[in-house]
Design a protein around this ligand. Structure first.
Ligand SMILES: *[C@@H]1O[C@H](CO)[C@@H](O)[C@H](O)[C@H]1NC(C)=O
Ligand SMILES: *[C@@H]1O[C@H](CO)[C@@H](O)[C@H](O)[C@H]1NC(C)=O
Ligand SMILES: *[C@@H]1O[C@H](CO)[C@@H](O)[C@H](O)[C@H]1NC(C)=O
Ligand SMILES: *[C@@H]1O[C@H](CO)[C@@H](O)[C@H](O)[C@H]1NC(C)=O
Ligand SMILES: *[C@@H]1O[C@H](CO)[C@@H](O)[C@H](O)[C@H]1NC(C)=O
Length: 242
């Protein structure tokens, strides 16, 4: 589970995405309102991720999916919404391989017991993503806090905002630019796919094309950005950590 230098640089790029909606965020926002908040998050991650290291990638991906739709507001967690028709982001196709909702719920329960109604789920997602990556041997990066949770979540918006795996390079650049992310962010976040696993449909075209050309890399492992069929129907490829 060792990560190379390149992977570390890649993960550092995640910092950029965390930063894109946070003008008023600050380090240790809960210093007075819930002083042990970050310690509790870290404790939960340290306790559980070593037993389930494969969850680190989906937890990192959860932050990406959350932040790409309506900013980092935990809208990815919502099951039902008052205003909408209950077709929340979770129900969008990309959710089919999102994992870790129970994990976030577990952290939230501990924080509610410590200081009810104080720590936002959006901050929990951001802190958990960082701490999970650190726990599997990746780098640490600063996570500012003070995000507010959103009350709205819309399946169609998730489909519109999260780039499909079939996106070409110029489309990806355009989508990232619309979130204030530049080429470097795109390269680094794409590189974060070197941890985790994916379902076949996310990259089968590329893989079979490269097989045909004799250039397939058998050690390739990736986290899908958007599956095209359900997890149940998809065959998981065995992967190894690079
Ligand atoms: C939302 O749904 C998930 C399953 O998708 C469940 O684990 C979770 O408890 C639900 N949350 C709430 C607040 O009902
Ligand atoms: C969800 O988003 C779509 C696309 O932007 C929009 O047409 C639809 O009205 C939204 N649904 C709700 C309940 O706001
Ligand atoms: C949304 O879900 C809630 C709780 O399950 C339910 O009471 C409500 O009727 C649902 N709304 C719609 C528009 O389906
Ligand atoms: C994801 O969406 C599917 C299809 O709508 C739904 O059955 C499933 O409960 C959702 N998963 C979660 C974790 O909400
Ligand atoms: C990339 O995809 C977009 C959207 O599908 C398309 O409009 C564009 O022509 C494609 N660009 C290239 C270079 O293939």
């Amino acid at each position: 589970m060792k990560m190379g230098y390149a992977n570390m640089m890649i993960i550092l790029g995640i910092i950029a995405i965390i930063g894109f909606t946070e003008a008023q965020l600050m380090p240790n926002y809960y210093a007075h309102s819930c002083p042990r908040a970050e310690e509790i998050v870290q404790g939960f991650v340290h306790q559980h991720i070593p037993n389930a290291p494969s969850l680190a990638a989906p937890l990192l991906r959860m932050q990406f999916h959350d932040c790409f739709v309506r900013g980092c507001d935990a809208s990815v967690l919502l099951n039902i919404t008052k205003a909408g028709n209950n077709d929340t982001e979770k129900l969008a196709n990309p959710n089919l391989t999102l994992r870790g909702f129970d994990f976030i719920d577990g952290v939230k329960s501990l924080l509610e017991a410590e200081c009810p109604g104080v720590v936002s789920c959006a901050d929990i997602i951001a802190l958990v993503a960082r701490d999970a990556v650190v726990t599997i041997g990746g780098p640490w990066w600063p996570v500012t806090t003070g995000r507010r949770d959103g009350m709205f979540s819309n399946e169609s918006e998730a489909l519109q905002n999260i780039p499909p795996p079939t996106s070409n390079f110029s489309s990806l650049q355009t989508i990232f630019a619309s979130k204030g992310l530049d080429l470097k962010d795109l390269v680094l976040l794409s590189g974060a796919h070197t941890i985790g696993i994916s379902i076949c449909p996310s990259f089968l075209n590329d893989y079979t094309t490269s097989l045909a050309m004799g250039t397939a890399k058998t050690h390739h492992s990736t986290v899908s950005t958007q599956p095209t069929s359900s997890q149940e129907n998809a065959r998981r490829l065995p992967t190894t950590q690079p």
